[in-house]
Design a protein around this ligand. Structure first.
Ligand SMILES: Nc1ncnc2c1ncn2[C@@H]1O[C@H](COP(=O)(O)OP(=O)(O)OP(=O)(O)O)[C@@H](O)[C@H]1O
Length: 438
């Protein structure tokens, strides 16, 4: 079933271009929503719509009782009998430890990613953000603790894990990790060539569809060297969301590692809005409901309140196939033994339950079967970033990692007001404070 295009990646693996390890490449398919796509719309038009949608969401959240301060200190949802559904948790880290040789990186990281969320993971350099993504993608295994995908522990690395019928976890690496010797079309269709038996014409169609979604229709014949940095990142994104048809009904979480690193401010905005827009297009309609109070509410505006440290549990996973990764990022899947750490953990409310005056969100897990949202689409995404603009524009909730643990979580708005000293120092860039640089 290998076509001519398939021979070239093989050459790439022999050293002619950067080889994305098959295990890392996740190609989340993207079934489209009820809302018909408008193929004729340009990227600026799409982004404009995205901005309008975001304004509506912000307006809605301002009136959302979940935002009330009283709920900030809410007890963990699961134990409070609140309606926050564990069924909504797609990925959960429970006390995850990871070291590389003698370097202890993660020291008991715990957090949850819920259906519909747009989450940013931030923190100082070297604190383990990318490592966290690689663990979530199944490219690395924890030394201790567990990564749950829809409630099921990942078993082994992604290649050993056969739960792709439950959740796809896609990873778009910072470098884009495009094969230099392949055209854009071949790059985007790489996984389809490698892992499916779809005919060439179908692959071309799916590649064109995917490139259209990132506003790059018609660039198939170009080589990566002919693209700007921003375009390369969008091509990597197109590769991550290309559909394989077989998994169209499987929902997906996409993880972006520094998606705007090295881009100028305008190119960053394009990518940030694209990330948001892809999520809304592919996930929208799946996750909004009409709660008792009559307000439509998007799940991705869950607005978990500030919390120190998280915990959680949940599950299931699934890998899919390739995404994009650089060879470097896979260099070390081995690990040393976990060292002890002195975390500063406190309690967590990962997933503060919306409640209050009749506008609470009905948990998806509690919906009757006939009202369950259809699976498929980018239901949640995670962005690792150092860019303020990306935090502001592309995410709703922030998980702050420090010295291998989650020390704070909250909404983007709360990030500006929290008095957590680590967060304040990070936000201000001050040299004074608990964050130490050598
Ligand atoms: N495969 C590996 N082998 C050895 N060390 C590694 C490996 N991967 C990561 N590290 C080390 O682990 C530490 C954490 O890396 P990671 O990339 O997760 O941090 P980060 O928080 O994403 O940092 P940055 O913000 O600078 O990208 C770094 O010191 C890095 O050098």
């Amino acid at each position: 079933m290998r076509t001519a295009a398939l021979q070239r990646p093989a050459e790439a693996l022999a050293g002619r271009c950067r080889p994305p390890p098959a295990a890392a490449l996740v190609a989340p398919p993207a079934p489209l929503p009820r809302r018909p796509r408008q193929p004729s719309s340009t990227l600026p038009q799409q982004l404009c719509r995205s901005a309008h949608r975001r304004q509506r969401l912000v307006a809605a959240s301002a009136a959302d009782p979940v935002q009330t301060a009283q709920q900030t200190a809410a007890a963990p949802a699961a134990s409070s009998g609140s309606p926050e559904p564990e069924a909504d948790v797609l990925i959960e880290f429970k006390d995850v430890w990871k070291s590389f040789g003698s370097k202890q990186i993660l020291r008991g990281a715990s957090f949850k990613i819920r259906r519909g969320e747009a989450v940013g993971i931030i923190g100082s350099s070297g604190t383990g953000k990318s490592t966290t993504l690689r663990l979530a993608a199944g490219l690395l295994q924890p030394d201790k603790g567990v990564v749950l995908i829809k409630g099921e522990p990942r078993r082994g690395l992604i290649s050993d894990d056969d739960t792709s019928d439950k959740l796809k976890v896609g990873l778009v690496f910072q470098s884009g990790a495009l094969f230099d010797s392949l055209t854009v079309g071949e790059n985007v269709g790489f996984l389809l060539h490698e892992h499916t038996s779809l005919p060439q014409s179908k692959i071309q169609e799916l590649v064109a569809e995917s490139l259209g979604k990132v506003g790059l229709s018609g660039v198939e014949p170009l080589y990566p060297s002919e693209l700007s940095g921003g375009m390369k990142k969008r091509v990597a994104l197109a590769r991550a969301i290309v559909r394989d048809e077989k998994h169209d009904n499987v929902e997906q979480v996409i993880m972006y590692d520094e998606p705007t690193a090295g881009l100028d401010p305008v190119a960053s905005t394009v990518v940030e809005d694209l990330i948001r827009d892809l999520h809304e297009k592919h996930g929208e309609g799946h996750h909004h409901e009409v709660p008792a109070g009559g307000h439509h509410r998007h799940h991705h505006k869950h607005h978990h309140k500030s919390q120190h440290h998280s915990g959680g549990s949940s599950t299931s996973s699934a890998s899919s196939y390739a995404g994009s990764t650089s060879f470097d990022s896979l260099a070390s899947a081995n690990g040393g033994s976990p060292a002890s750490a002195n975390g500063r953990s406190r309690s967590s409310t990962a997933g503060a339950a919306p409640s209050g005056n009749g506008t609470s969100v009905t948990p998806l897990g509690a919906l009757p079967a006939h009202k369950q949202p259809p699976p498929g689409g980018i239901t949640s995404y995670i962005v690792v970033t150092h860019q303020h603009s990306t935090i502001r524009r592309a995410v709703d909730r922030i998980i702050f990692l420090h010295e291998g643990r989650v020390v704070w979580q909250g909404t983007v708005e709360e990030f500006d007001t929290t008095d957590e000293p680590i967060v304040r120092q990070f936000a201000s860039g001050s040299l004074e404070g608990p964050i130490r640089y050598e």
